[in-house]
Write a protein that binds this ligand. Structure first.
Ligand SMILES: O=C(O)CCC(=O)C(=O)O
Length: 256
């Protein structure tokens, strides 16, 4: 008999197409939604990190020796000026990509951390990993416990405001292996994360990634779907995203 007093299962803050192959269910034990889509799956936990913990991480990612992160408009800081700032906890950089022979700055700042040897190439840029920090290792441990997967590197993205973005792509580089699990942790302004199926660009799923949200992409998602973070003119503040990954062929550091 149904329990009349059981709390109703939460509803997800995103809509799936009403078509075969799409399903969402509340996972009570893991406090999040298990989602299947044709040719892929993901797990979404809106409040995986507590507000207090996420606030601390938001500060941690910006603390530095010269600017007050509470008041500064990072958009107005030039790439040169940014290069002069000593960030306390993260080695942020402004990468560029070559387009028609010109160096075009990426519309976001990035940083790459991981086990020694976990070098990664994206947008044609090869990055050697910075050594893990305690803050990043703490997040990695929590995500590993929740996902049952292990990770040896993380890409950090800093979207200074809604003008920063990330274009359509899949995390399907050879070094990530077949059907990788990618864990995405999010702090700061809410941004829309979109998924679209390779075979049918018409169907898009828009998932709001909020302060403290965890998204785990898994199954064949990187094979059959692409994802993006589009510009949003109305978003004012910074948003930080971390995607934890595993690069194969790296010899694990002892003790890690
Ligand atoms: O910022 C995000 O949510 C997505 C990040 C991402 O797709 C990537 O780093 O490859």
């Amino acid at each position: 008999m149904a329990d009349l007093f059981a709390p109703a299962a939460p509803t997800p803050p995103f809509v799936l197409p009403a078509a075969p192959g799409y399903d969402v269910s509340w996972n009570k034990d893991r406090n999040g939604f298990d989602v299947t889509v044709p040719g892929g799956a993901f797990f979404y936990a809106e409040h995986f990190f507590s507000k207090a913990w996420s606030d601390r991480m938001f500060a941690y990612l910006q603390e530095n020796d010269s600017a007050d992160w509470r008041t500064i408009d990072w958009r107005k800081v030039s790439a040169e000026a940014l290069g002069q700032i000593g960030f306390t906890n993260v080695r942020w950089k402004q990468d560029s990509m070559k387009l028609y022979g010109k160096d075009i700055p990426l519309p976001r700042l990035t940083a790459w951390y991981g086990d020694p040897g976990a070098a990664y190439t994206y947008s044609g840029i090869k990055s050697e990993p910075n050594p893990w920090t305690d803050g990043l290792l703490h997040i990695k441990d929590r995500i590993e416990d929740a996902s049952g997967s292990t990770f040896n590197c993380v890409l950090l993205n800093w979207y200074r405001d809604g003008k920063d973005s990330l274009s359509w792509h899949a995390d399907d580089e050879k070094e990530l292996g077949v059907d990788p699990v990618i864990a995405s942790a999010n702090f700061g302004a809410t941004r829309d994360f979109q998924l679209r199926r390779n075979s049918d660009h018409a169907e898009k799923i828009t998932i709001p990634l909020q302060h403290g949200t965890l998204l785990l992409m898994r199954g064949e998602l990187q094979r059959h779907w692409k994802h993006a973070v589009p510009k949003r003119a109305t978003v004012d503040g910074s948003r930080f995203n971390m995607t934890f990954r595993t690069i194969y062929g790296v010899i694990p550091a002892s003790g890690s």
